[in-house]
Design a protein around this ligand. Structure first.
Ligand code: ADP
Length: 331
């Protein structure tokens, strides 16, 4: 059960992903599969900034976990020939931490803040002048001894990533010049991603086996790569080789509890609870999370977006409702 949960529901990067992300992450913009509109607009923005020899405007990437926001930030740095510093909203606890990071940036450097919607209010307020005028004001001491120190920063580019752009305070949102929303990937795109991963890891994966993995990956490259690695393990242990067939993909998926839609235990439990206990809804997401004994954020960030996308769930003003199609599938 833990193993099953980890594959689909832990959509944040785990240790194993980190080990593989160095080899599997697309290194350049041409290796980045899909998201055509985002990529073509981004290319124009990068080229324009390079032609004018200007620092790139601040960029916000939004979309569900595992769709390529961090990869794109690294690609932007690579294309611009810039250094990148990577941190995240929850990791910057105090304004002092942020000032330390900002004052270390050189002209044209990129600061990537993952989960930028989780910055604390105080830290966020320090970021406003830094983003706008490349300045920060830091108050030292308290009461009568308090004094303000002004730091001038070198022009840098902030790249923020968020799974929930709706939670971003509008003064922060307004300071980004470029916005890109990433959408779930189509199975053919995910097929290309896992096929490339197979090549990089010297595994033989034919077209139909790759497509079978892609179809179950919830539109998400991180999950596609994870499922591929699990299938590779399965085939290595069961067949003692590195040659993956479609039947082996199906067998491995069934041992992992992942059905042909890519749904796993928690998706099915959510749909069943909604159908049986709440008569199909509408029911509030807090109630649903409490019944399932899961965090509300997990339901909103990780479980729901894909169920909404494939039309198994509807979001109404009175809560979540199950669709007829989903009812057929869970029966
Ligand atoms: P996010 O920051 O949105 O959570 P990441 O950029 O960390 O997502 O992507 C997760 C993994 O998925 C990466 O390590 C990479 O291997 C793969 N990946 C994501 N997007 C793509 C893509 N468009 N093409 C190829 N691989 C991708």
């Amino acid at each position: 059960m833990e193993e099953r949960k980890r594959i689909v529901f832990n959509q944040q990067e785990n240790d194993e992903d980190r080990v593989y992300s160095l080899s599997l992450r697309p290194a350049s913009i041409d290796e980045f599969v899909g998201q055509k509109d985002v990529v073509s607009n981004l290319k124009v923005a990068l080229q324009a900034a390079q032609q004018r020899k200007e620092t790139l405007e601040h960029i916000l990437f939004s979309g569900p976990p595992g769709l390529g926001k961090t990869s794109l930030a690294n690609i932007v740095a690579h294309q611009m020939g810039a250094r990148i510093t990577i941190t995240s909203g929850p990791a910057i606890e105090r304004a002092g931490d942020l000032i330390g990071i900002l004052t270390n940036l050189e002209q044209g450097d990129i600061l990537f803040i993952d989960e930028v919607h989780r910055l604390s209010k105080t830290v966020e307020e320090f970021l406003y002048p830094a983003m706008e005028n490349f300045k920060v004001d830091f108050v030292v001491d308290k009461g009568p001894y308090a004094k303000t120190i002004n730091f001038s920063l070198k022009p840098f580019t902030l790249i923020g990533a968020t799974t929930r752009s709706g939670l971003l305070a509008s003064p922060l949102r307004d300071r980004f010049g470029l916005f890109y929303h990433l959408e779930f990937y189509e199975p053919v795109e995910l097929k290309e991603i896992v096929s490339r991963s197979a090549k990089k890891l010297n595994v033989i994966l034919n077209e139909e086996a790759a497509l079978e993995i892609a179809k179950r990956a919830r539109g998400t490259p991180r999950i596609a790569n994870r499922l591929f690695r699990r299938v590779r393990d399965y085939v290595q242990v069961k067949a003692g080789n590195n040659n993956i067939s479609i039947d082996q993909v199906k067998e491995a998926m069934s041992t992992l509890g992942i059905d042909e839609y890519g749904l796993d235990e928690l998706d099915r439990r959510l749909l069943k609870v909604l159908h049986q206990q709440y008569k199909g809804g509408p029911v509030g997401v807090e109630t649903l999370a409490a019944t399932l004994n899961e965090e509300v954020d997990t339901i909103i960030d990780v479980v729901e977006p894909f169920l909404l996308k494939i039309g198994f769930l509807r979001r109404t003003s009175r809560g979540r409702e199950i669709s007829e199609e989903a009812i057929k599938v869970i029966k």
